[in-house]
Write a protein that binds this ligand. Structure first.
Ligand SMILES: [Zn+2]
Length: 252
């Protein structure tokens, strides 16, 4: 089978999955390369996918699976290496809408603690004649998740959520500003390690619970447009993980 036949086959499979919509020439070239090479600079790997107003589209959906029925027809691919943009679909728009001129201020509000999970442990020294000493290490990996709540976005004239014109772009601006404030890159992973020492007295059973809590920093981005209108978009970002201890003793 020649390369052209393979390409036609892939294009037809794409069109069948996308209910008749054909891929663009550029996107077909990317799909044909197993490493997902950029059609401009040949850089491999996942590209960024967005709609013209900047709303994110799942990269895995748009690039690695042939499930194009659910990919919006105006999705634009962008190479993170060279910045090239191209339409995913043959009839799609060629580039993102120019970003409106806005300034963004990140304002922090409260912190909250959310129980992630609880790990129970029993230290049984009921039959012991002397005290029992234990040192335990707990390690937990966590992700610096960011959530931008566009549904709760509001303007001074009380327009809210999806009704705000250009909300996709403002949401993207908020995401960029918050990520830079908290030094978050895509899926920043952190690791927490703590050591605990227990001394359980004789004839005692101690039921210990390690309580893992995610620490959320809440706040909002205040975006000011060139015409001086402001938009506020709330966010929360996971900034830390804590481990607390609860213990209860049973005495024989
Ligand atoms: Zn590229």
């Amino acid at each position: 089978m020649s390369g052209d036949d393979a390409s036609r086959g892939l294009g037809a499979r794409f069109a069948a999955a996308a209910r008749g919509a054909r891929p663009s020439k550029e996107h077909l070239r990317l799909l044909r390369s197993p490493a997902g090479k950029c059609p401009s600079c040949q850089a491999p790997g996942l590209k960024r996918y967005r709609r013209p107003d900047g709303t994110n589209v799942s990269a895995r959906l748009a690039q690695t699976a042939l499930v194009y029925a659910s990919v919006p027809r105006d999705t634009i691919a962008e190479c993170p290496s060279c910045g090239a943009q191209w339409p995913v679909f043959a009839e799609g728009p060629k580039a993102l809408e120019p970003s409106p001129d806005v300034s963004v201020e990140v304002i922090e509000t409260e912190r909250s603690y959310e129980v992630d999970h609880v790990e129970p442990l029993e230290l049984d020294n009921l039959g012991g004649m002397g005290s029992m000493k234990h040192t335990l290490t707990r390690t937990q990996e966590w992700t610096q998740t960011l959530e931008v709540n566009t549904e709760k976005a509001k303007t001074e004239d009380a327009t809210s959520g999806a009704d705000i014109p250009g909300i996709g772009t403002f949401s993207r601006k908020t995401e960029e500003a918050v990520k830079s404030t908290y030094s978050i890159t895509e899926e920043t992973r952190k690791e927490l390690t703590r050591e605990f020492t227990f001394e359980v007295p004789a004839h005692t059973k101690r039921n210990v619970s390690f309580i893992y809590r995610r620490v959320w920093q809440h706040g909002f981005a205040r975006l000011r447009r060139a015409d001086d209108a402001t938009i506020e978009i709330p966010f929360r970002v996971a900034v830390d993980m804590t481990i607390d201890l609860a213990a209860q003793d049973t005495i024989a």
